[in-house]
Design a protein around this ligand. Structure first.
Ligand code: DX5
Ligand code: ZN
Length: 224
């Protein structure tokens, strides 16, 4: 497992009227990915952005687009996001009955497949596909909104996942999403999380770049 913390600021908490500026700012400040939250009002109780906006972001972004699909019908609409320019596509085990096929499709299209578990889903639920993905996302809030409080049990789930991966001899990146702050980031990096999504703790701050960099430093310091 790499010791490097990667930062994936979530534009969900950015000013949507000035998205390009927000993205350019965090890219210049060292963001490793741009995290894009797609919500459909069905799988989660919120609506955000979809393929046309991703396509526009792709024209200006220089970092990989990390597209997190919180939607009901990802199995049948996955190509929309691949065509829009997603570099990494994360799908939820809870919403994909044909998860294996969907992850294969993402890989075939040349993007990076990732799978996600909600707070109520045990990490065991993804054991059959763990070897197929480049990244696993552990949700540390119930998906749908930015600015929610971190669910502490997520740190234990990161640890369980890291152990499972060790047993299987695989090394996907472990990503965490929801309630990540200066205080919570070290709790998950210590257990093996390496990609930190942060929305409110970056774009909700007066200096998003300083905030993002501070979270990275705090998370990095907790890696033993
Ligand atoms: C929540 C989204 C997150 C969200 C995180 O459903 O998946 O990516 O933007 O926001 P914070 O970091 O504010 O909890
Ligand atoms: Zn997300």
């Amino acid at each position: 497992m790499s010791d490097r913390i990667l930062m994936a600021p979530s534009i969900l908490s950015a000013d949507f009227t000035r998205l390009a500026e927000a993205i350019e700012l965090v890219e210049a400040g060292g963001a490793d990915y741009i995290h894009i939250d797609v919500m459909d009002g069905h799988f989660v109780p919120n609506l955000t952005i979809g393929p046309p906006v991703i396509k526009s972001i792709k024209r200006i972004a220089t970092k990989p687009l990390d597209v997190h699909l919180m939607i009901d019908n990802a199995d049948s609409t996955i190509d929309w996001y691949l065509d829009a320019g997603a570099d990494s596509v994360t799908v939820h085990v809870e919403s994909c009955p044909h998860l294996h096929r969907t992850l294969m499709r993402i890989r075939e299209a040349g993007a990076s497949p990732a799978v996600c578990v909600n707070p109520a889903t045990p990490v065991d639920a993804i054991i059959e596909v763990l070897g197929m993905v480049d990244m696993v996302l552990i949700m540390s809030v119930n998906p749908g909104f930015g600015g929610q409080a971190f669910i502490g049990r997520a740190a234990e789930k990161v640890s369980e996942l890291a152990w499972m991966c060790g047993e299987l001899g695989i090394d996907p990146l472990i990503q965490i999403d929801g309630g990540i702050t200066l205080e919570t980031a070290p709790l998950v990096s210590a257990e093996g999380a390496r990609v930190l999504v942060a929305g409110n703790a970056v774009f909700g701050q007066s200096d998003p770049v300083a905030a993002m960099q501070a979270i990275r430093v705090a998370a990095q310091a907790a890696i033993v």
